[in-house]
Design a protein around this ligand. Structure first.
Ligand code: SME
Length: 148
């Protein structure tokens, strides 16, 4: 866990562009954690009440724009709270990105108290997430916030 955090810090402090850093974080998390199968960032699309897909690792998705309130991601844009879904089949307000996805975790990113976006992770494993995932991803989001 601490080694993962150290690498996240190194990526944040590197000479790369913001976009390259976000891409590196996606690639790194997907490679390091076996049950992270899709890792991406969504950010608020200007002043619109919608999220726009930014950097990601994994299969391309058609859900590049998500209205606030829709799906797991859109709900987090409104609730400002972590959303851990251990079994997506139990969710009514869910946008499927493929039949393989069994679970999902979304953690919001705050800049100056404002919810500017989120990290979204899909897993092909059911019930994989623990408090450690939330803790790690909250750390990632706090570091990503420093880029804005
Ligand atoms: N499943 C998400 C949509 C985004 S994809 O997971 C990449 C949702 O319900 O908001």
């Amino acid at each position: 866990m601490n080694l993962l955090k150290d690498t996240i810090k190194e990526i944040i402090l590197s000479e790369k562009s913001k976009s390259e850093k976000l891409q590196s974080i996606c690639d790194f998390l997907e490679a390091q954690i076996s049950y992270y199968d899709w890792v991406g960032f969504y950010f608020r699309n200007g002043n619109k009440e919608e999220l726009k897909l930014a950097e990601y690792t994994g299969e391309p998705t058609e859900h590049t724009i998500i209205p606030f309130g829709k799906g797991i991601c859109g709900q987090v844009a409104v609730s400002n709270e972590n959303f851990v879904v251990q079994d997506v089949s139990e969710q009514d307000n869910y946008i499927s990105c493929g039949w393989k996805v069994k679970s999902e975790i979304v953690i919001p990113i705050f800049v100056g108290g404002e919810n500017i976006g989120q990290i979204d992770i899909d897993s092909h494993t059911a019930n994989p997430f623990t408090n450690q995932d939330e803790e790690l991803l909250e750390f990632v989001c706090s570091k990503v916030a420093t880029l804005f």
